[in-house]
Design a protein around this ligand. Structure first.
Ligand code: DQA
Length: 146
């Protein structure tokens, strides 16, 4: 099975963008770590990033046919996108929401997530390790239902 790991706007700048908040690892580092973590469970990863809401929605639609689970860090679309929530509601497998930073420790507007209305679990404030924790969780959920 394949896990889709989807990343939203500005995450292409991970490692360069506000490193005091988001750390020094790059998306390429996170991708490599996700691939090897998933591989340890016999799972594959399709790791994707886009700054465009429509692209994230199109990938969620592809996940409907192609993925056993979706892990998503929607970036700022977390707090704004009913369209991404609606897309995730068309996906039947486990959905995990990841935030690198602790969104509850920051501005008030980061505390509300549309995506959390669909997510089976939310990981925030664990840095990029959050992606690996989400893979652990997905592996458990996928093996329990299969
Ligand atoms: C983020 C938190 C969001 O509030 C922010 O807009 C991001 C990144 C995180 O990973 O901590 O772009 O999702």
């Amino acid at each position: 099975g394949t896990i889709y790991v989807l990343n939203g706007p500005n995450l292409n700048l991970l490692g360069k963008r506000q490193p005091e908040i988001y750390g020094h690892e790059t998306m390429a580092d996170v991708e490599a770590a996700c691939l090897s973590q998933a591989e340890s469970y016999g799972l594959a990863v399709r790791f994707l990033q886009s700054n465009a809401e429509h692209q994230l929605i199109d990938w969620i639609h592809e996940a409907r046919e192609d993925a056993v689970a979706v892990i998503i860090n929607p970036g700022a679309y977390t707090h704004t996108s009913i369209a991404i929530l609606d897309a995730l509601n068309t996906f039947e497998g486990p959905v995990m929401e990841v935030h690198i930073s602790n969104v509850h420790k920051r501005e008030e507007f980061r505390r509300h997530s549309y995506v959390s209305l669909r997510a089976d679990g939310v990981i925030a404030g664990c840095g990029t390790q959050g992606y690996l924790l989400a893979i652990d969780r997905v592996a458990k959920l996928v093996s329990a239902t299969n």
